[in-house]
Design a protein around this ligand. Structure first.
Ligand SMILES: Cc1cc2nc3c(=O)[nH]c(=O)nc-3n(C[C@H](O)[C@H](O)[C@H](O)COP(=O)(O)OP(=O)(O)OC[C@H]3O[C@@H](n4cnc5c(N)ncnc54)[C@H](O)[C@@H]3O)c2cc1C
Ligand code: SF4
Length: 551
């Protein structure tokens, strides 16, 4: 096809985020030659992130350019209708006034193109999923059983935590018994201690979160300094994002080569269905590269997009899609935030963005047939962060405005909940006939909540209201809900793992069913969402296990 063929490697890994960075590093440490192709650029925390500068509040995020604004992956698509009986699940600017939405909004996908992927921007929660999340169908009669158990993954969780220097407290009665974390748990921030009074009154357990923000110097990096800026990129290099904590290990072996600003457009297949190369775009030029084996780690939207778009005589409907499973069972983030004004100054800006969680509800309820969810306290989930944001969002002028900003600054706190979204094969990613700037088809995301998902969200919102009342704030301000406004941070499921090739895309070792040299290691293979826990540590532990099984 008139294209030069570059390097050959034992393994090509595509995408350097939570999954790709781990699988590439583990393979390189095991002696394989690995070529890692990454669409985005390297970032340098000493100069690229807004929090390095005095005008940080008005600086654009380093991650927006080239991500969801200038390169929309997802074709705009109006969501399903919202019925009158479900208005209580929708966002409300004023907590006392129901807002009547006609339909769900278009799908908004948050992720980063960059070396380290979305871990550059994430909030560093590092959760082992509870053991009951792995065999949901057997235990509760809904959801999907994983092809492996918590015990199978436990040693890989421990290895991932060690690589990341996770800080945490092992005493969590809602999780499997475990050993100490690599670094001790952080103290709770002032705002979280304020909410803890409410949680204690209700008899709930507000516990310190486990975070990839070491509480002591780790691997020569600074410990966390409590700025709450993780989403904009850590200005001290303290957050263990994959570019800082993992890829340097792989590069040290001499076996790993990373090409950044390199976008893979297509997987090439041979007449027997094996993968024989990838076509990529770099500096405006199309090139080809080959290896013995390939690992796809481009995330839960890009991975099905690449598979579906790679069509050939052998795979007329896309690679690995012989049974029409690629793109199905998309699990969104069921997420809700209640914003409060505290009755006292609580230094809301200070501390990690999510330093605590309440796991009391992380088992599905048998009687009321709902899914598991987890609550938490956050400084980063509303428009109120630094002083400028308070000044912008508090109405008024002149002295009265200044007085109001001074009084409220540091008092606005968010309570939030995240729930498991039940897998449903009709919630799916398909290719659009619209193309992006580089000629790749955009995707259409069709996704909705079933009645159990709605019951779960309703109960979660009710629990947030109880917690708010028990905390006795000066004011409950507003409610945000992903029911009317899908904002996905914790995606899963579009290339699900399973034993049955007719119901899943990869097996329990991450190998694509029916394709002898293709693996997937990213969020798309998760058969569930850990009942509201954050997914990256599980993606990373699975990536380490997949690398082991490839050896
Ligand atoms: C605001 C926010 C907060 C979050 N907080 C947490 C948290 O606290 N804890 C947690 O566990 N999770 C959190 N998450 C979720 C977490 O970041 C993701 O689940 C995780 O990063 C997914 O890993 P991945 O490997 O599937 O994809 P990613 O980490 O997104 O990596 C995919 C990589 O593939 C690259 N890529 C894409 N297409 C191509 C292509 N065609 N060619 C080459 N490269 C390509 C991308 O540039 C990217 O680097 C958060 C997410 C967001 C948005
Ligand atoms: S809270 Fe800690 S890890 Fe997050 S940006 Fe601040 S110093 Fe970095």
């Amino acid at each position: 096809m008139g294209m030069s063929t570059d390097f050959a490697a034992d393994v090509i890994v595509i995408g350097s985020g939570a999954g790709g960075g781990f699988v590439a590093t583990a393979l390189a440490e095991a002696g394989k030659s690995v070529l890692l192709l990454e669409r985005g650029q390297w970032f340098d925390y000493t100069k690229d992130f807004p929090a390095r500068y005095p005008d940080w509040q008005s600086r654009a995020s380093a991650f927006r350019l080239g991500s969801f604004f200038s390169d929309p992956t997802i074709a705009f698509h109006k969501g399903p209708a919202i019925s009158n009986k479900d208005f209580d699940l929708c966002s409300r600017q004023n907590i006392n006034k129901l807002q009547k939405y006609k339909h769900r909004g278009s799908f908004n996908y948050h992720r980063v193109f960059g070396v380290g992927g979305t871990t550059l921007h994430y909030q560093g929660e590092a959760h082992r999923f509870p053991d009951h999340a792995f065999d949901m169908k057997d235990r509760y009669g809904f959801g999907i059983n994983w092809p492996l158990s918590y015990e199978d993954l436990a040693p890989y969780y421990a290895r991932a935590e060690k690589w990341l220097g996770v800080a945490g407290d092992p005493a969590n009665p809602f999780k499997a018994t475990r050993g100490p974390y690599p670094t001790p748990a952080h103290d709770l921030s002032t705002k979280t201690q304020w909410v803890k009074r409410g949680s204690d009154k209700l008899g709930w357990s507000l516990l310190p979160n486990s975070l990839v923000m070491p509480s002591e110097s780790y691997d020569g990096r600074s410990p966390c300094r409590y700025t709450g800026m993780c989403i904009k990129g850590c200005p001290f290099g303290a957050k263990s994002s994959v570019d800082l904590a993992i890829l340097p290990r792989g590069l040290k072996t001499g076996n790993l080569k990373i090409l950044d600003k390199t976008r893979v457009l297509e997987l090439e297949t041979a007449s027997d269905g094996s993968i024989i190369g990838v076509i990529y775009l770099q500096g405006g030029e199309k090139k080809r590269v080959t290896a013995d084996r390939y690992v796809l780690s481009t995330g839960a939207i890009e991975t099905p997009r690449l598979l579906l778009a790679s069509q050939s005589g052998f795979y007329p409907n896309g690679v690995g899609n012989q049974h029409d499973r690629v793109g199905r069972n998309l699990m969104e983030t069921i997420f809700s935030v209640l914003t409060l004004e505290a009755d006292r100054p609580v230094q809301a800006w200070k501390g990690q963005p999510i330093d605590s969680r309440i796991w009391d509800f992380n088992s599905p309820g048998y009687g009321n047939n709902r899914n598991g969810f987890v609550l938490g306290v956050s400084s980063s989930m509303s428009v109120y962060t630094g002083p400028l944001s308070y000044a912008r969002h508090i109405t008024g002028t002149g002295k009265a405005h200044k007085d109001a900003v001074r009084k409220k600054f540091g008092r606005i706190v968010n309570l939030f909940g995240i729930a498991e979204h039940g897998p449903d094969e009709n919630n799916r990613v398909t290719l659009s006939d619209k193309k992006d700037k580089q000629g790749m088809p955009k995707v259409i995301v069709n996704s909705d909540y079933n009645e159990r998902d709605k019951r779960t969200l309703r109960e979660m919102i009710n629990k947030l209201a109880l917690l708010a009342e028990a905390t006795e704030p000066a004011k409950i301000m507003n409610l945000f809900s992903t029911y009317n406004s899908p904002q996905t941070t914790h995606l899963a499921g579009t290339c699900m793992m399973g034993n049955d090739p007719e119901q899943s895309v990869v097996d329990g070792n991450g190998k694509v069913h029916g394709v002898k040299n293709l693996y997937i290691a990213d969020a798309s293979i998760l058969p569930g969402q850990g009942m509201g826990d954050s997914p990256s540590l599980t993606i990373q532990a699975l990536a380490l296990r997949i690398a082991d099984k490839m050896n």
